[in-house]
Ligand binder design. Structure first.
Ligand code: SF4
Length: 349
């Protein structure tokens, strides 16, 4: 960096009060801070020049002091089923992926929370990418804004739901994920209802308890995939650190305080968890905490080990869960032709 060049701060790391203070220190009215804040968040404006109700001098003052480190959609792929996958370039050149999933009744954004992942679930394509860093709150927010714009453009409707199910484990980027959700749900941001947001986690008991204590109002999903410790540990090393009992205790704590049912995400794999014993264990687990199950179709990631179970095995799960009055939805994958389906996000595009 040349001598005398100052590093400019990302303006979106400032809260509204900081912006108001900046302007009063510059001899301007604090109200300018409110205006700029509205441009940055509610209007998701990425250029000082576009802030049209602010004078040219003030826009220059902002550009002299700050940058806006917005994301850019580097590559967009559209599936034949309407699903859109974005390769998103961050300000430092790293790439993450996010997905828009349209159905007749809703459009859902699946967003990433980390670049890569450190958790090594061995059925997951993202696990093959080293964790590079956490995303900032604004980088998560920007993914939602980009998908909302695509939803309006290609599907003629606003984005209706968000799932934190893209790259990374959201509870290992706790502070930034919650800050992003705060901005997404506030009137000064995107004003979306927290009821339409679901955070999906491998299940880190300590952090689930923290979510509960922090009084969050969004939904919780847990990638369970087996209710038998020996089976789950083989697929998800996190289970060796905190087993199913510890997870259950945290989920019971969550339900006792939030009264929100937990969604268990569950893939049935051939020769791994496709027996009656596996299904019975899932039923027993679900009975211990109010919950429902999403049975998700698996998308092979070319290693041959994990394969989608036979139709009969999925049907067996469905029958047993229904018999026991446990809510069950079978989810067929979307965007398979562009590697946008669950567990397939791996920066291949
Ligand atoms: S499933 Fe989620 S937590 Fe596990 S490796 Fe993949 S991205 Fe990470």
């Amino acid at each position: 960096m040349p001598v005398g060049t100052k590093t400019k701060k990302d303006i979106r790391s400032l809260c509204k009060e900081d912006l108001r203070t900046f302007f009063t220190e510059q001899g301007q009215r604090a109200f300018r801070g409110n205006q700029v804040y509205e441009w940055l968040w509610k209007k998701a404006c990425y250029s000082f020049d576009d802030m049209t109700n602010i004078s040219k001098e003030t826009r220059e003052l902002l550009a002299d002091n700050f940058v806006i480190n917005n994301i850019e959609v580097d590559k967009m792929q559209r599936s034949e089923d309407g699903t859109i996958k974005n390769a998103v370039r961050l300000h430092d050149g790293l790439i993450v992926e996010s997905v828009l999933i349209p159905t007749d009744t809703r459009t859902t954004a699946c967003v990433s929370s980390q670049v890569g992942c450190s958790l090594d679930c061995n059925f997951c394509a993202t696990a093959r990418l080293k964790r590079m860093r956490n995303l900032n709150a604004d980088e998560i927010y920007d993914q939602v804004v980009a998908i909302d714009r695509q939803s309006r453009l290609y599907h003629n409707k606003a984005l209706s739901n968000i799932v934190f199910m893209g790259m990374g484990e959201p509870l290992l980027n706790y502070k930034n994920v919650l800050a992003a959700i705060e901005k997404i749900t506030t009137e000064e941001g995107l004003n979306m209802s927290p009821k339409r947001i679901t955070l999906s986690t491998v299940g880190i008991p300590k952090m689930i308890k923290k979510l509960t204590d922090d009084g969050v109002r969004f939904n919780l999903a847990v990638s369970l995939h087996s209710a038998i410790d020996a089976v789950r540990s083989k697929m998800m090393p996190i289970n060796e650190k905190s087993d199913l009992n510890e997870l259950l205790e945290a989920l019971q704590y969550w339900y006792a305080k939030t009264k929100k049912k937990i969604t268990f995400e569950y893939v049935v794999w051939k020769n791994i968890n496709d027996t009656r014993k596996d299904a019975d264990a899932l039923v027993a687990y679900c009975k211990r905490v109010p919950s429902k199950v999403n049975l998700i179709e698996y998308n092979a990631i070319d290693d041959g080990y994990f394969q989608q179970a036979d139709v009969a095995a999925v049907a067996m799960y469905k029958t047993i869960l229904e018999k026991n009055s446990i809510g069950i939805t079978v989810r067929h994958s979307r965007g398979k032709d562009i590697d946008a389906a669950c567990g397939q996000l791996a920066n291949k595009s």
